[in-house]
Design a protein around this ligand. Structure first.
Ligand SMILES: [Ca+2]
Length: 257
């Protein structure tokens, strides 16, 4: 099963990409191709920066950031054109094109459910783009539907991640940034395309997970969203699935033979 997409690693790769841009091109010019198109957004959230990124998800374990563009966008609605060059040597046959509006101002190193995250071609399941040649007309819209709820943690529980997946059994599919919570309280995922989702949470460390509609995840209740739907009350509760440590008395030392 793929790991959650590591945006901290993505930020590190971004730094490398940025450094690379300052140097002389070392590869053959014929290896560089261009993806271009437009990202549009008709929603209500405002962010400082719109990022557009080309991702190689071929690796089971890792997602590689091949190129990224950062654009200062004003209040929505907006249409932002982009053109990204990258070296297609050794990449997967098909790539993904993602974009997110950084709503909470935390930058590309910290993408989560509070940011509006979308991808080409604007549907619940990302479309694959051939990597063999330059592509134009890669136009897509950021998603408009949202899920809100409360996550209830068990006593002593650490950070958890919250995700929505098109997999009906709540198994992670593809990737998308996950919301995080370290205590009981509200959570949000503000960028979802229309579709049917299984909403779940998993511990950042450890394997315990819980699902909307069934804390055991045996029979999760799926959430179907229309294009602009804002669904409230998608609550997640760990209290019945996290084992409670038994009270221990420590070791009792006998003073008697
Ligand atoms: Ca952010």
């Amino acid at each position: 099963m793929p790991r959650p997409f590591d945006f901290a690693a993505m930020a590190m790769i971004l730094a490398l990409v940025t450094i690379g841009l300052g140097g002389s091109p070392s590869g053959s010019a014929a290896d560089v191709i261009t993806y271009s198109g437009t990202v549009s957004y008709q929603g209500s959230h405002t962010g400082d920066t719109l990022y557009v990124a080309i991702l190689d998800t071929t690796g089971v374990e890792d997602v590689t950031l091949l190129a990224v563009g950062a654009f200062a966008v004003g209040a929505p609605p907006f249409d932002q054109s982009f053109s990204l060059d990258f070296d297609n040597t050794g990449v997967g046959a098909f790539l993904l094109l993602a974009s997110f509006l950084d709503v909470n101002g935390t930058g590309i190193g910290d993408v989560d459910g509070a940011d509006v995250f979308g991808y080409y071609d604007g549907n619940a399941i990302p479309a694959s783009i051939p990597s063999g040649s330059s592509q134009t007309g890669l136009d897509f819209a950021l998603p408009l539907a949202e899920i809100h709820g409360t996550v209830t943690l068990a006593p002593g529980q650490g950070e958890v991640r919250i995700d929505a997946t098109t997999n009906p059994a709540c198994q992670m599919e593809g990737f998308r940034p996950q919301s995080r919570a370290s205590s009981t309280g509200p959570y949000e995922i503000i960028g979802l395309y229309p579709g049917t989702y299984c909403v779940y949470s998993e511990e950042s460390s450890g394997s315990t997970r819980t699902c909307y509609g069934d804390p055991t995840c045996a029979s999760p209740v799926l959430v179907t969203l229309t294009e602009t739907e804002v669904r409230m009350g998608v609550d997640l509760d760990y209290t019945s699935v996290v084992p409670v440590s038994p009270t221990t008395w420590g070791r009792v030392k006998s003073r008697y033979p």
